[in-house]
Write a new protein. Structure first.
Length: 192
């Protein structure tokens, strides 16, 4: 590849920023052209200067998952190739990152795969790391099962799948434990 892939890293942790930058700079076809430690810094950068954005999902100066909102804002500004980098492995968060404009999602524990993910984003190819592939497949399976449920049952089902007890579900949904017990029995019959 003659042209170097121009990378912007958005990361509020200076240690991670250096680690990722050093890793990317070792590649002959990738160059870090921009670094942003905050949402505000990232939004000041022109999309025409960058080919791929590698962004932390949790920017501490923002809300807990500030990278989700920033991904949407960057996407609206013309940044089309955004890779979310995080240690979160919640299926709902992964799916929401794609809804907000991310083109890939990589766990920090797989950071050595970052150069491959950058190249794939640049060439409009995506192959998910095994750490999120399993989560996405499980989420799709759950979604398929949940289609036969009413919205209220779906909510109970999701909470049960997250590991909440009947009492916790009842408290969270402002229902009695007996009502939750009946709903879970109905759900079990529907999804068998």
């Amino acid at each position: 590849m003659d042209k170097k892939i121009r990378l912007m890293i958005v990361e509020d942790d200076s240690v991670w920023m250096k680690c990722i930058s050093d890793l990317a700079q070792k590649e002959t076809d990738i160059i870090v052209v921009r670094q942003a430690f905050t949402k505000e810094e990232a939004l000041q950068i022109d999309s025409s200067d960058v080919d791929v954005v590698l962004m932390d999902l949790t920017l501490s100066e923002d809300e807990e998952l500030g990278g989700l909102r920033l991904s949407k804002e960057l996407n609206d500004k013309g940044f089309e190739k955004i890779i979310m980098l995080t240690s979160w492995d919640e299926p709902a968060v992964i799916l929401e990152s794609f809804d907000k404009g991310a083109t890939n999602y990589i766990n920090k524990s797989s950071y050595r795969d970052i150069p491959r993910a950058i190249r794939e984003a640049y060439t409009d190819k995506v192959s998910f790391n095994s750490d999120i592939s399993t989560l996405l497949i499980n989420e799709l399976r759950l979604e398929r099962k949940a289609r036969v449920l009413t919205p209220a049952e779906r909510e109970v089902f999701r909470l049960k799948e997250k590991g909440l007890t009947r009492a916790q579900i009842a408290e969270k949904l402002f229902k009695s434990v007996e009502t939750i017990k009946k709903q879970l029995k109905t759900i079990k019959k529907k999804i068998k």
